[in-house]
Design a protein around this ligand. Sequence first.
Ligand SMILES: Nc1ncnc2c1ncn2[C@@H]1O[C@H](COP(=O)(O)OP(=O)(O)OP(=O)(O)O)[C@@H](O)[C@H]1O
Length: 393
Amino acid sequence: MDSKYASIGKEKENKNSFDNIKVKKMKLCTDNNVKQTKENSKVIETNGVKQISPSKSNSLYDISEDIHEVRKTLPVYIVRGRLLEEIQKHSTMIIIGETGSGKTTQIPQLIYENQHESKSIIAVTQPRRVAAITLAMRVAAEMRTDIGSTVGYCVRFEDVTSPRTKVKYLTDGMLLREAVADPLLKKYSTIILDEAHERTVNTDILFGIVKLAQKDRNDQKLNPLKVIIMSATMDVDTFRNFYDNCPVIYLEGRTYPVTIYHSKTKHEDYQYAAVCTIFQLHATTPANHDFLVFLTGQEEIETVMSKIKQLAKECTGPSIKVCPLYAGLPASKQLQVWKKTPPGTRKIVLATNIAEASVTIPQIKYVIDTGVVKERVGWLHTPQESRKYEVEV
Ligand SMILES: Nc1ncnc2c1ncn2[C@@H]1O[C@H](COP(=O)(O)OP(=O)(O)OP(=O)(O)O)[C@@H](O)[C@H]1O
């Protein structure tokens, strides 16, 4: 996104650069036609297990919203009959579907609605905690059920499931832990390994574990295990070879019109450029158009957040709610991102790349991507780093 302000003049050094920002006082567009929504869910903690109370609201999602109509437009929903036939036919399969086709939210529901064994649980793994939680809440709302009953989630320090749970979203790490206690993963009838292309140590081990569990359950004549590998994009041949040439289904997705603007110049001080762009957009777009800004980590997010709060005081127009989103943030704070803001308030989400895939944040209309990311790398050439690399792998 090209920022008019960011490209004016010389960029200053990091520590002072924000002082350079001038907030234009102008009449801002507001959109007051946004409906007021109910208060969101409440978290109760009992014996160290947090339970989301359905009493105030079922989840982060307002049941009164037309989420059922949205669901019906999803490609997976449209081809559900044909897809189900394939799922029933094969014990292992790979499903490739474009982002937003409805793989993660619809396929578990489809299997649940058609499974006859009432005791079985469908597990859906996610690489990120926040994805597991928000997807479970979304699916619970779509199924008109309370979170923690038919649909639940399990992430580190938080198990929101019950004996009634049949669709369980959980992180790769949690399923791996369960596999240590029960290598056959007997409580599950179906295991969906989602976002398979993200390949971490956890997921790679899980691919082997579920394959073994499936085989051992067959050998021991126990209830069969269905394994579904899902992704938007991945190296299909590698996975297909590993899973004995299992069938692969491709699903078409939905696309939304996206206009991409690039900065004309390289901004060494990308935080400054991002803040400039935020206020440039803030001055010209309706209040119910929320922003998502990608930064590299907690420290940067906190710096930019405090600058936005400070500059917001000098602005007229819609108020601003800034929501941080990074892996180290407690889950309850991460969920603030999904809470609706009052009419006339703009939400600005400052996130690391954890918001890049597998999560959907409604109402985001503008994405400001600084184009930088923190990555952990292993060096093979020095003895110290090479040891580190070995330990991590
Ligand atoms: N947490 C959410 N909040 C609001 N809408 C959601 C949420 N999760 C899903 N949706 C809606 O459901 C649609 C399908 O999402 P889903 O996650 O099932 O797609 P997907 O094919 O798994 O995409 P991806 O490959 O990005 O995970 C989204 O485009 C969005 O309209």
